[in-house]
Design a protein around this ligand. Structure first.
Ligand code: UD1
Ligand code: CA
Length: 454
C-alpha cells in the first residue's frame, strides 16, 4: 500500500501563524495523527503533499519513512495527488488521506483497503442530515456509484443527496496515474478535482465500491479552532472509553485529558481534571486524585497521588503517598513507601524506601537513603549561583525542621540534625549535629510603647 496524505490546503480560518496541520490535537500535530495511522497500516511508502509555507510542516514532522511532494500553488485535490505520483510505484494500491482529518481509524481504513482489493476503486462515504459543502455521491437506478459532484457544481436535485464524499479513497496506482493525467479544471472552482476520477473509473468498467467508517467522527475535518476543540473532546472521550473498557475507574470521562500514552494496571482510579502527558504508566491499584498533572512518569503499585500534585520525568515505587500539592521534577526517583506531603518539591534526586518529607521542603540534587525523616521546611541549598552540588543523606537520618543543607554535604547514617541547623560541613553518623545560636532570655525586658502625641 502507498499512502498519499494531502496537506497543502491553506487553513486560513485557524487564524494562527502555525500551519493548520501542525495545530495540536492531544498535544500532537493533526498531521502527526494521520501519519501514525498510516504507519499502523504498514504502508510501503507515505507521501505528504505540502504547500506554500509548508517547510515548517516538513521540518516539524520529517522522518526517514516519509517522502514530501510540494504543491505550490494548490490547484485542487486532483492536482495535489498528481504531485505525489512521481514518488509512488505502479502495481500497488494507493490510499489517499487528508492531513486535517486526524481521527480516521485503522480498522476503518483496513476495511476500505479490503474493499478496494487490487482492482477496485473504494470510497469512504457517510450519510449526513445536512450535506452542505460536501461532494455528493451519485448512484444509478441499480445503486451503483456513477460519479461525485461537488456542491458548487451540483444541481438542486443533486444537492438533496445525503451521501457524501469524505475524500478518503483507495485505488490501484497505475489506474490512478492514468486518470489523473486526464483531469481538467473546467468546473465552478477552476480546480483539478480528484473526485472526477470516479466517473473515469466507471467509464473504464472498473468497479467502484463504498464503505462507511466505524464512527462518523473519524471523517471530521478541522478548519477552525472551534472544530479543533470539538475533535479534541471526541478524541479524549474515545481515550476515556478505552480506559474504562479496560477496567480503569475514571470518575468523570468528560474531565480527563491524555496527551500521550497512558498505560494502566488493574484497579487504577483517576479522579477528575487530571492531565497525562508523554508516556505515563500507572501500576495496579494506583489512585490519582483530582487536578493532578503527570508527565513521563512510572508509578508503582498502590501508590496514591493526592490532589493538585505535579509529577514530571519521575519514577516512583509502590505504596508511595504523594501530595496534595507535591511537585516532582525531572530526575526524581522514589523507592517504595516514600511520602511527599504538601508543598514538597523534589528535583534530580533519589529517595529510598520508607523515607518521608511530609511538609514544605526542597530536595534538589540529593541522594536520600532509607527511613529518613526530612522535617518541615528543610532545604537543600544545591546552588551557589553558578554551580550545583549534591547532598547525600544516609539511611535512618532524622532531619529536624527548618534545616538548610549547604551542598556539597553529607549526613552520615543514623545522624540527627537539630531543628534550625544550617549544615555547611558533613555531619557524622549516629550523632546529633546542631548549629543554632544559644537561646537567651532577658529578665525585666519591656516592650517599646508608642510615644504620646503632644
Ligand atoms: C473535498 C472533496 C469533496 C469532499 C470534501 C470532504 C474534491 C474536489 N472535493 O472538498 O468531495 O466532500 O473534500 O472534506 O476532492 N488539498 C490540497 N491541495 C489542494 C486542495 C486541497 O492538499 O489543492 C487538501 C487540503 O489540505 C485538505 C484536503 O485536500 O486536507 C481537502 O481539501 P478541502 O479544500 O478541504 O476540500 P474540498 O476540495 O472542498
Ligand atoms: Ca477546495
Amino acid at each position: 500500500m502507498e499512502v498519499i496524505v494531502l496537506a497543502a490546503g491553506q487553513g486560513k480560518r485557524m487564524r494562527s501563524v502555525l500551519p493548520k496541520v501542525l495545530q495540536p490535537l492531544a498535544a500532537k500535530p493533526l498531521l502527526g495523527h494521520v501519519l501514525d495511522t498510516a504507519r499502523a497500516l504498514q504502508a510501503r511508502r507515505i507521501v505528504v503533499v505540502y504547500g506554500h509555507g509548508g517547510e515548517v510542516v516538513r521540518d516539524a514532522l520529517d522522518a526517514p519513512d516519509l517522502a514530501w511532494a510540494r504543491q505550490d500553488p494548490p490547484q485542487g485535490t486532483g492536482h495535489a495527488v498528481q504531485q505525489a505520483m512521481p514518488l509512488i510505484e505502479d502495481g500497488d494500491t494507493a490510499l489517499i488521506l487528508y492531513g486535517d482529518v486526524p481521527l480516521i481509524g485503522v480498522p476503518t481504513l483496513q476495511r476500505l483497503m479490503a474493499a478496494a482489493g487490487d482492482s477496485r476503486l473504494a470510497l469512504l462515504t457517510v450519510r449526513m442530515d445536512d450535506p452542505t459543502g460536501y461532494g455528493r455521491i451519485l448512484r444509478d437506478a441499480a445503486g451503483q456509484v456513477t460519479r461525485i459532484v461537488e456542491e458548487k457544481d451540483a444541481s438542486p436535485d443533486e444537492r438533496r443527496v445525503g451521501e457524501v464524499n469524505t475524500g478518503i479513497l483507495a485505488a490501484p496506482v497505475a489506474r490512478l496515474r492514468h486518470w489523473l493525467a486526464k483531469l481538467k479544471n473546467d468546473n465552478a472552482q477552476r480546480e483539478y478535482y480528484l473526485t472526477d476520477i470516479i466517473a473515469m473509473a466507471v467509464a473504464d468498467g472498473l468497479e467502484v465500491v463504498t464503505t462507511a467508517p466505524d464512527a462518523f467522527e473519524e471523517t471530521l475535518g478541522v478548519n477552525n479552532k472551534t472544530q479543533l476543540a470539538e475533535l479534541e473532546r471526541i478524541h479524549q472521550r474515545n481515550i476515556a472509553r478505552g480506559l474504562t473498557d479496560a477496567g480503569v475507574t475514571v470518575i468523570d470521562p468528560a474531565r480527563l485529558d491524555v496527551r500521550g500514552e497512558l498505560v494502566c494496571g488493574q484497579d487504577v482510579e483517576i479522579d477528575v481534571n487530571c492531565i497525562f502527558e508523554g508516556r505515563v504508566e500507572l501500576a495496579d491499584g494506583v489512585r490519582v486524585g483530582a487536578n493532578c498533572v503527570l508527565k513521563n512518569a512510572t508509578i508503582g503499585a498502590g501508590t496514591r497521588i493526592a490532589p493538585f500534585s505535579q509529577i514530571e520525568d519521575t519514577t516512583m515505587g509502590a505504596a508511595c503517598v504523594i501530595g496534595p500539592y507535591a511537585r516532582t521534577r525531572p530526575g526524581t526517583v522514589l523507592g517504595e513507601d516514600v511520602h511527599l506531603g504538601n508543598f514538597v518539591e523534589v528535583k534530580n534526586s533519589t529517595i529510598a524506601n520508607h523515607s518521608k518529607a511530609n511538609h514544605l521542603a526542597y530536595v534538589g540534587d540529593a541522594d536520600i537513603g532509607q527511613r529518613v525523616n526530612v522535617g518541615a521546611g528543610t532545604i537543600t541549598c544545591n546552588y551557589d549561583g553558578a554551580n550545583k552540588f549534591r547532598t547525600i543523606i544516609e539511611d535512618d537520618v532524622f532531619i529536624g525542621s527548618d534545616t538548610q543543607l549547604v551542598a556539597p554535604v553529607r549526613v552520615g547514617r543514623g545522624a540527627t540534625l537539630g531543628a534550625g541547623t544550617t549544615l555547611s560541613k558533613d555531619a557524622p553518623a549516629g550523632e546529633l549535629t546542631v548549629s543554632r545560636a544559644k537561646q537567651i532570655s532577658i529578665p525585666g525586658w519591656k516592650r517599646p510603647v508608642k510615644a504620646k502625641k503632644a
